[in-house]
Ligand binder design. Structure first.
Ligand code: ATR
Length: 290
């Protein structure tokens, strides 16, 4: 993989970014597609975000991904935002116009989630009842996509006020969003009729692999599908418990891949090699298994 004067640069801005799978995933995609593009990790502290973003066009960057903790703080630094950003309230991708330096903020987390559930044949529509665990950034992206599909959404979070804040935000974006907030203590009372559970909390993520966000003693809704956004490890305790209870469990690697594929397409204008990107992520996770 050579780098020369023609190499086009993209990367990921976050803090920390050392463990990100995105560089391996995108660089494999560029190589496969025969593009002289490279993706680099760019660790940037919060206090340096504005300087870093403003410097990207001057450095000739074609785009970046934005990750924790900058997804919301980056918004006022951009020249324009897509509709997905306004309904999620966060940016995870920036496209940079090579001629004008115009910075456009996008959100491919929402579309990545929707693409992956479709790829897994999980249908959501007006008769679906979806329970989202957690009320952080990932929850917002998932909730926005589900509200758009017309499903009834329940955001269940340890801190009720954070779930309520997402509901309020959705109410400011949609006329009549079918969404409500609940606390984790209320979980036993809201699982009835649930067709899909989406875990957006980091509970169960390596190294805390024996933890689960699902409270002990609460039965899983029968016939539901569990969608896990944690992908390290590929099969979490929550997935194992759900499968033992007869549910179908889907791991979170696909959401990462599809949000990356959408960013690849926005930057390069080429179709993303989704299968290659997925294979590389799975390979990287296997190599780093502990
Ligand atoms: P992200 O932006 O990546 O989605 P985040 O903003 O850190 O992550 O959000 C994490 C979510 O997981 C929060 O909703 C958090 O609950 P609180 O709002 O009560 O903090 C939830 N979470 C984290 N650890 C948890 C735990 N041990 N049990 C239940 N929920 C937890």
């Amino acid at each position: 993989m050579s780098i020369d004067g023609q190499t086009q640069l993209v990367g990921v801005i976050g803090w920390p970014v050392a463990h990100s799978l995105s560089p391996a995933m995108h660089n494999a995609a560029f190589t496969y597609a025969g593009l002289n593009w490279r993706y680099v990790p760019l660790p940037v502290r919060s206090g340096d975000l504005a300087t870093a973003i403003k410097g990207l066009p001057a450095l000739g960057f074609r785009g970046v991904n934005i990750t924790v903790p900058h997804k919301v703080d980056v918004i006022p630094l951009l020249d324009s935002l897509t509709e997905a950003v306004s309904i999620v309230g966060a940016v995870n991708t920036i496209r940079i116009d090579r001629n004008t330096g115009h910075l456009e903020g996008l959100n491919t987390d929402m579309t990545g989630f929707l693409a992956d559930i479709a790829a897994n044949n999980i249908r959501v529509n007006k008769v679906s009842r979806v329970l989202i665990l957690g009320a952080g950034g990932a929850s917002r992206a998932v909730a926005a996509g589900l509200v758009r599909s017309g499903a009834h959404v329940i955001i269940c979070n340890r801190t009720l006020s954070k779930a309520q804040a997402i509901v309020k935000f959705m109410q400011s974006s949609w006329a009549h969003p079918n969404i409500e907030a609940a606390s984790l203590d209320d979980l036993p009372h809201v699982t009835r009729g649930v067709t899909l559970i989406v875990n957006t909390t980091p509970v169960g993520m390596w190294p805390d692999v024996d933890s689960t966000p699902w409270p002990e003693g609460v039965p899983f809704p029968s016939g539901a599908v569990l969608y896990e956004t944690v992908y390290r490890p590929p099969k979490t305790r929550l997935m194992r418990d759900a499968e033992k209870a007869g549910l179908r469990a889907v791991g979170g690697i696909g959401m990462l891949v599809y949000q990356g594929a959408a960013a690849f397409e926005v930057w390069t204008g080429r179709k993303a090699p989704v299968d290659v990107m997925k294979m590389i992520c799975e390979q990287e996770l296997k190599e780093n298994e502990n």
